[in-house]
Ligand binder design. Structure first.
Ligand code: SF4
Ligand code: SF4
Length: 373
């Protein structure tokens, strides 16, 4: 595992900006639409079979927008800025295993549901506040904002799932949050604050459980961001927002923004970001694992978007491999990115491209290789 080099000039302001009043939100239509044109909508109301509106307002119609890598039809909702909602708060003592499953099922939280379904007991709960990608701090910011609630929920989960060993994992260079955690965590003797080095890939379950030497037990592994979604449902709090980090050497100032979900990226950029370079590229979800988008025009910040890097175009070469073998040596999954041996094991971590002294874009080569398989 290695520590990634970071540009010392790219510093994220510790202040969060709040983008809670978009004029419009765009809900991807993956399932049946449940509302009619001009219908009034409350915040949190399901507008398709599996997605709810993050604002209250009026259904306007359908528009083609970019959802992650593809164009997709979206339901456009105009904001009425009233935040009318019907969410009900659940009392803490009422939280049971059945309630958790019910809430996650009702809210179509498939990723979280997978972790809890058919489980009555965990050996340990592992909560990770690590973000692997350079200049992405979502988990640590969310932890900082919600530390008391999150520790309370971990404690409650450990009681109902009878897990005695519970870890809250933080990088050892996050001094501020470590002190805040130490102040509160004393009241929860069953939660162990665990500090790890700032090494790439420790933010992935597979690698952190190996590091903790607990890969062979029944673990509940959650990133802070996922735990926060669950906590918000359980505590009847707002789940209509999403934290994103916007950074890079092509912008004046790097920012962390808590935004309503499903807003247009360009609206956020216009409001908060000054682009200072004529030539730049936009990378979604991290310099190591992320993907480039051609234009920000129609791109929607959905629940799966964590970060936006706006950077000067990198210089890649396409030939001149000097056969140094570094890309093979560094691969944690024993893939050979040159002859594409074992390419199906590739986890798209980007380490091979990162380490290549000739700046060869191995990520692109791997993507092509995967498509041929
Ligand atoms: S081949 Fe895949 S898994 Fe291996 S270093 Fe490259 S991106 Fe990571
Ligand atoms: S790291 Fe780059 S130069 Fe070295 S073997 Fe791999 S592709 Fe070739």
């Amino acid at each position: 595992m290695i520590r990634l080099n970071k540009n010392p000039n790219i510093k994220i302001n510790s202040e969060i900006n709040y983008y809670f009043n978009p004029d419009f939100v765009y809900i991807p239509i993956n399932s049946q639409i449940l509302v009619k044109q001009n219908e009034s909508i409350t915040k949190g109301q399901f507008v398709t079979s599996n997605l709810e509106s993050p604002i209250s307002g009026v259904a306007m119609g359908i528009k083609n927008m970019q959802i992650e890598k593809n164009m997709q039809k979206c339901l456009v909702i105009a904001n009425d800025y009233k935040e009318i909602s019907k969410n009900k708060k659940i009392k803490m003592r009422q939280i049971t295993i059945d309630k958790i499953i019910k809430i996650l099922t009702e809210n179509h939280e498939e990723k979280l549901l997978k972790k809890f379904k058919n489980q009555n007991r965990f050996d340990r709960i592992i909560i990770s506040a690590i973000n692997d990608e350079p200049y992405v701090y979502n988990n640590i910011f969310i932890l900082k904002e919600n530390i008391s609630d999150l520790l309370m929920i971990i404690d409650h989960l450990s009681l109902i799932y009878k897990s005695d060993n519970n870890y809250l994992i933080i990088k050892n260079n996050e001094a501020n949050i470590i002190n805040e955690c130490l102040n509160v965590i004393g009241t929860y003797p069953n939660i162990k604050l665990t500090l790890v080095n700032d090494e790439y890939l420790l933010g992935k379950e597979e690698f952190i459980v190996k590091k903790l030497k607990v890969e062979n037990s029944k673990n509940l592994y959650l990133e802070v961001e996922d735990l926060n979604i669950l906590a918000n449902y359980l505590l009847g709090k707002d789940n209509s927002t999403k934290l994103i980090t916007i950074s890079g050497d092509a912008i004046l100032e790097n920012k962390t923004i808590l935004t309503k979900k499903n807003v247009m990226l360009l609206d956020i950029i216009k409001k908060y970001i000054k682009i200072i370079e004529k030539q730049y590229i936009v990378i979604i979800n991290g310099l190591m694992c992320g993907y480039e988008i051609v234009t920000m025009d129609k791109f929607i910040v959905t629940n799966n978007i964590n970060s936006i890097n706006i950077i000067k175009p990198p210089i890649y070469k396409t030939t001149e491999c000097i056969n140094c073998g570094k890309c093979i040596e560094i691969c944690p999954k024993k893939v050979n990115p040159i002859n594409l041996q074992n390419v199906k094991n590739c986890i798209n971590c980007g380490l091979c491209s990162y380490i290549c002294p000739c700046f060869i874009n191995l990520k692109k080569r791997l993507e092509k290789g995967k498509n041929y398989e």
